[in-house]
Design a protein around this ligand. Structure first.
Ligand code: BDR
Ligand code: CA
Length: 306
């Protein structure tokens, strides 16, 4: 199984991504790190702890990280994810505490211990990843890869130009894209297609406690199942890509993060025309939606039965 660290801000779609990662036999989750994002760090960490116990992640460490952006005031997305961050899902309080230490140290030390083997998956603002790069630039070579859910080369969701995870900490994203590795950027261009239908919801509703207590209250609150399309479960796309790379088409590009624009701060300026330059990103350009949902529902059914 491919070893991963998930850096996240649960978050409804983060929760569904964690369930996918936990349930897939193709992935081994070495740790979950949290960042302030959709809601504040105390809530994203508490949600990660609740999800770990509800999903049965056992002893996978949950380590708290950065509360806010490197240089900017914190923004959130509580309007989309609810005040708790998990919509209408009321998971039991966690009985186990977070791990000691800071997420940045966990990321650096886990990559150092197993060079070439561990993929970092970042599905929140990139603050922790940027700080890890600054603290120990060699992680760029140690990581097997970095896959993010973030960015867009078409339209944004935080602003017309910017996607939320990048807009929440553009300076961090600029550090991450400039670090020297090839970032796999799964952005809104792909993830917007990851919307459920009523048929998908019906399958989820038949999944016992997983469906009744997590999946359904999340997707219904999130307004994902609508005729014209509400928010999609973006974050699950990044995890699905690692389970089955054939689901998402990737194209090499040079991506620069706008940090100064009056109207475009947080934009991922994506140039597919390399003109002899080395790409710093592989950018998702299409999603096989049918097979994406086949994968998710198969893995969720597995989690529900366990
Ligand atoms: C991203 O923003 C957050 O609200 C979601 O959890 C996802 O990571 C989508 O733009
Ligand atoms: Ca997220």
């Amino acid at each position: 199984a491919r070893k991963i660290i998930i850096d996240c801000d649960p978050g409804i779609d983060d929760a569904l991504a964690l369930a996918l990662a936990h349930g897939s036999p193709d992935l081994e989750v070495l740790g979950i790190t949290t960042v302030g994002g959709n809601v504040d760090l105390a809530r994203t960490t508490d949600n990660a702890l609740r999800l770990r116990e509800f999903l049965g992640f056992g002893d996978v460490p949950v380590t708290a990280g950065s509360a806010g952006a490197l240089l900017r005031a914190r923004v959130d997305a509580a309007d989309v994810h609810g005040g708790s961050g998990l919509g209408d899902a009321l998971l039991p309080p966690a009985t186990l505490p977070p791990a000691a230490g800071h997420a940045v140290d966990f990321i650096v030390e886990t990559l150092r211990a197993d060079p070439g083997e561990v993929t970092l998956v970042a599905i929140g603002p990139l603050t922790n990843v940027a700080l890890a790069v600054l603290r120990e630039p060699r992680i760029v070579g140690w990581a097997r890869g970095l896959t993010i859910l973030g960015g867009s080369y078409t339209r944004g969701n935080f602003s017309p130009a910017a996607e939320f995870n990048i807009a929440a900490d553009p300076e961090a994203a600029a550090i991450v894209f400039g670090a020297g590795w090839t970032v796999t950027m799964i952005g809104l261009d792909v993830s917007r297609a990851a919307m459920a239908t009523e048929a998908v919801a019906a399958r989820m509703a038949a999944m016992g406690r997983l469906g009744a207590d997590l999946l359904i209250p999340c997707v219904r609150f999130y307004g994902m199942i609508t005729a014209d399309g509400g928010p999609a479960i973006h974050d699950a796309c990044a995890v699905a890509h690692l389970i089955d790379p054939s689901l998402i088409t990737l194209e090499p590009a040079v991506v620069d993060v706008e940090t100064a624009g009056r109207f475009t701060s947080g934009m991922t300026v994506t140039d597919f025309d390399l003109r002899g330059r080395a790409p710093n990103a592989l950018v998702g350009t299409s999603l096989d939606v049918g097979r994406f949902w086949d994968l998710l529902l198969a893995v969720y059914a597995r989690v529900a039965e366990s």
